[in-house]
Write a new protein. Structure first.
Length: 230
């Protein structure tokens, strides 16, 4: 997908609500596809959208090493990050990428405040994982948009190993492919297949504009001051 196509696609979803996109997918016949299972939840109330960049990690195969605490900390831990549980996908993040990580449903803290912020600084729009995240107080403080299955305390050592990137993955019961649109907010997360992304956005915008018009009327009746949602 070239940069022009990416920018056009991202602009279509800039101010759409997840539920309007969900309704649009229903209109297109995708009743049973797209909505991730409710156990994939936002770390805090926020909204994000972007183009799926997919990654897969697998449970580690192998015994735990018998090392002294110092040798583990000073040698093995760094080796593990550099050789076994690597993060090669971070080198190719583009602005607007929504990082989608299949962690094989493991309760392991693959993403934390340091690498989460590093990805944000490279232009990613959000992170979605069926695994765990840690350093959550700092992630919230840093306003990193993140949806996960677990809150975790653990590091990745002797728990996860890198497998592949830019391949189809399964998160929350939904197949997600590179280039699909991900939209997520307080209602959860939704994947829109790339082949219907433009059409779904058009239907969703009609739904959204009608809803705003109706809600403006209710706001006036209730004496509420208009906000960005109307």
């Amino acid at each position: 997908m070239n940069d022009t196509t990416r920018e056009k696609l991202l602009s279509l979803y800039e101010d759409l609500r997840l539920c309007d996109v969900r309704d649009a997918m229903d209109a297109l016949g995708y009743f049973h596809y797209g909505s991730l299972d409710e156990h994939i939840r936002p770390l805090y109330r926020t909204r994000a959208y972007g183009i799926a960049k997919t990654v897969r990690y697998l449970p580690f195969r192998g015994p735990a090493p018998s090392l002294s605490p110092r040798k583990y900390r000073d040698e093995y831990s760094g080796m593990y990050y550099n050789s076994i549980c690597t993060y090669p996908w971070t080198d190719s993040i583009k602005k607007g990428d929504f990082i989608v990580i299949d962690q094989s449903d493991t309760r392991v803290g693959l993403i934390g405040s340091e690498n989460g912020l590093a990805c944000w600084n490279k232009g990613m729009s959000g992170i979605l994982t069926n695994g765990g995240v840690r350093d959550t107080d700092e992630l919230i403080l840093q306003n990193i948009p993140l949806w996960s299955a677990h809150i975790a305390q653990t590091m990745v050592q002797v728990r996860l190993e890198y497998d592949a990137m830019d391949i189809p993955v399964a998160i929350g019961g939904v197949q997600i492919r590179p280039g699909d649109i991900i939209i997520a907010d307080g209602d959860g997360a939704l994947a829109v297949p790339s082949e219907i992304a433009e059409e779904a956005a058009a239907y969703a915008r009609e739904e959204h504009e009608q809803d705003k018009q109706n809600r403006r009327t209710h706001y006036m009746t209730a004496g509420l001051e208009f906000d960005e949602t109307v």
